[in-house]
Design a binder for this molecule. Structure first.
Ligand code: ADE
Ligand code: ZN
Ligand code: ZN
Length: 307
């Protein structure tokens, strides 16, 4: 290539890279970091039989490798978009399925609606259905891993301003958050996590320690609706108006919520996967010793961790 052509080529490549970076802004879920950390916590609680079933379905990949797959296919399968969240209004403390979970537009008679609580139950059923082809069960596993993460992102459980996507904020004095203009939702998907500045291993180990110290295993049960209502409660508390300044005090308080939700998301994901894929004779480590299988199992708890 002639030098002049080389320069033109290099400039076009730079412009294309910049356009790509700007176009990749939207964040729909915990960013990739949040989903990966949730899956890494879960991996620490999987039984050997669950791990083997996952390895077979994913052809050797780990759940931490595929945790963001559902975001990657979202633009080519836009009908899956509403499966990532649940729009409980800020003014309401509780989930109401008729109000907050729309019926499927293509198939209004379907028993499964288009919000994250319904889709977790739907994909639990498909993952456990051994009459389905392996690729469909693998797809169900990939959706489940992702949605157990999303339901623990508080802003995925509040409907106002599209989960805070429409709330412009500044983050520690800047209105630009990496590739995107700071908004409340993105701060929760990505910026708070990034600000923690921990490697995957350090973050996972810190969360495993917090789980042990706080006995969070006792909260590994519960239902998707109960998890979403706790997320919603955190979101109402974390909500901020347009133009709000996300400062060190906000970060200090909300980082505790982020940590608890990542840890609980991981624990609950492991419990769901052990129940569906694991062999019943292997003790589930997400259940604290006192709750080990007994004639009279302890009730599933759903309280939010004390802050
Ligand atoms: N779009 C509309 N509501 C949303 C929410 N709560 N989270 C993410 N995306 C949304
Ligand atoms: Zn998502
Ligand atoms: Zn999001």
């Amino acid at each position: 290539m002639k030098p002049s052509k080389m320069r033109l080529f290099a400039r076009n490549a730079a412009v294309a890279t910049l356009m790509f970076a700007l176009a990749t802004e939207p964040c729909w879920a915990w960013g990739r970091d949040g989903h990966r950390i949730t899956a890494l916590v879960a991996e620490s609680y999987l039984t050997p039989s669950t791990k083997a079933a996952i390895a077979e379905l994913l052809h050797g990949q780990r759940i931490s490798d595929i945790a963001s797959w559902a975001d990657d296919i979202r633009s080519s399968q836009p009908e899956t978009g509403p499966w990532h969240y649940i729009d409980i209004p800020r003014s309401e403390p509780k989930f109401d399925r008729n109000r907050d979970c729309p019926v499927n537009a293509k198939d209004p008679k379907s028993p499964w609606r288009d919000c994250v609580t319904d889709r977790i139950l739907y994909f639990e059923g498909r993952l456990g259905d051994e009459s389905l082809p392996a690729d469909q069960r693998a797809e169900a596993l990939k959706f489940l891993v992702h949605f157990l993460g999303d339901i623990h992102q508080p802003l995925h459980a509040i409907g106002d301003d599209r989960g805070g996507n429409g709330i412009r904020v500044s983050f520690l004095g800047s209105t630009q958050c990496g590739n995107y203009r700071c908004n409340l939702h993105g701060v929760w998907d990505e910026s708070i996590l990034e600000h923690r500045g921990l490697s995957d291993e350090k973050y996972r180990d810190l969360l495993l320690k917090e789980i042990k110290e706080n006995n969070w295993e006792q909260m590994s049960g519960g239902s998707p609706v109960a998890w979403a209502e706790v997320s919603h409660h955190y979101a109402v508390n974390a909500y901020a108006p347009n133009g709000a300044l996300i400062d060190h005090a906000y970060l200090e308080e909300e980082t505790k919520v982020v940590d608890a939700e990542l840890a609980l998301g991981g624990l609950r994901l492991a419990r769901v996967l052990n129940r569906i894929l694991g062999s019943p004779d292997q003790a589930d480590p997400t259940r604290p010793a006192a709750n080990a299988p007994s004639a009279n199992p302890a009730p599933e708890t759903t309280t939010a961790p004390k802050q």
